[in-house]
Write a protein that binds this ligand. Structure first.
Ligand code: UDP
Length: 328
């Protein structure tokens, strides 16, 4: 019988890709999701437990029914601008749900945890290449709440013997190369899908948030990583834990940053169509540049971010955007 992994947020964008990667690696992913932003139809490789992490009893029941070898914790509120408008909600839900989950894991002796964290924990750092050792100084409530969750896991891990891998994601883009799942948010706020909606005429234009940043062309620079590469890293992180190699923190980016204008240029090359663009004001909470070193993940986990070119990410997202999408 396949070993089970409980995947919180398993019906969401990144969580569903992780479920596919886990299934391909021989595990049975059990998605735990309240479907607030996820999709029933994205859960294809194992059961869905419909539950909310703010409700401890539901987590206890899922752990006792499925007896997973590990938990992957993706479920969280994750929008920078939203977190600036309603910080209390981000702190309450992101920290509260992690607290419930880690306590439930300790009580059920589920001793391996893979945590989704974010480059938003770094804040604005003058364009330096960010590593796992770079001091974290978040400038938005999303990043602040996720940094708190990292610390919570470190403290609870030490106290209760919870081995953990923390992944700090940079900007995730693209879709399943086989077209089975992809990115779908309501409302959509992310650059690549919004840009492709503008290309397809589904929205009038893409608004570029800020053209006066201290970057090479004035627009924000981000390190984009393909969702399928990110999902693979989770399987490697899981193996790292199951082989008893100890706790780890890993940045998941490519070492290369692209400006918003460069992403737009790349999309022209992929789709052969113009992107209708309007230049707009900065979005509160955005750092000028966030670019990661990926050395540690490559060297210690054997990670190969092989799909993370702009062409491949935009190409896979474009193919997905031309499908009907999830019902519901
Ligand atoms: N961005 C933009 N217009 C949009 C959405 C995003 O110019 O409609 C920019 C945003 O300022 C950031 C980058 O694109 O620099 C990536 O933003 P996204 O929301 O995709 O991810 P985040 O960096 O917030 O995780």
């Amino acid at each position: 019988m396949a070993e089970r992994v409980l995947v919180t947020g398993g019906a969401g964008y990144i969580g569903s890709h992780a479920c596919k990667a886990l299934a391909r690696a021989g595990y049975l992913p059990v998605a735990f999701d309240n479907l607030s932003t996820g999709w029933d139809a994205a859960v294809k490789w194992g059961p869905l437990v419909r539950g909310d992490l703010m409700d401890r009893a539901t987590i206890d029941a899922a752990l006792s029914e499925h007896r997973p070898v590990a938990v992957m914790h993706f479920a969280a509120l994750s929008l920078v601008a939203d977190s600036m408008r309603d910080p209390a909600r981000y702190w309450r839900i992101n920290v509260g749900s992690a607290l419930n989950l880690f306590q439930a894991c300790a009580a059920a002796a589920v001793r391996n945890i893979v945590l989704s964290s974010t480059c938003a924990t770094y804040g604005d750092q003058d364009g330096v290449l960010l590593t796992e050792e770079t001091p974290q100084r978040p400038i938005n409530a999303y990043g602040g709440s996720k940094l708190a969750v990292e610390r919570l896991l470190a403290d609870m891990g030490a106290a209760h013997g919870l081995a953990h891998v923390i992944f700090r994601y940079f900007n995730v883009a693209g879709a399943d190369p086989e077209g089975e799942i992809g990115e779908q948010h309501t409302p959509e706020t992310h650059l690549v899908p919004l840009m492709l909606e503008a290309v397809a005429g589904k929205r009038p234009a893409l608004t570029v948030f800020g053209t006066d940043y201290p970057t090479r062309d004035g627009t924000c620079v981000r390190d984009y990583v393909h969702v399928a590469d990110l999902a693979e890293a989770h399987v490697l992180g899981l193996r790292h834990l199951l082989e008893g190699r100890g706790n780890g923190v890993f940045c998941l980016g490519t070492g290369h940053g692209f400006s918003v204008r460069e992403v737009i240029d790349a999309s022209r090359a992929v789709t052969n169509r113009e992107v209708p663009v309007v230049m707009g004001a900065r979005r509160p909470g955005d750092a000028a540049a966030l670019v990661s070193s990926s050395r540690r993940a490559i060297e210690e986990l054997g990670w190969e971010p092989k799909r993370s070119t702009l062409r491949q990410m935009i190409g896979d997202a474009w193919a997905w955007s031309q499908k009907p999408g999830y019902p519901g």
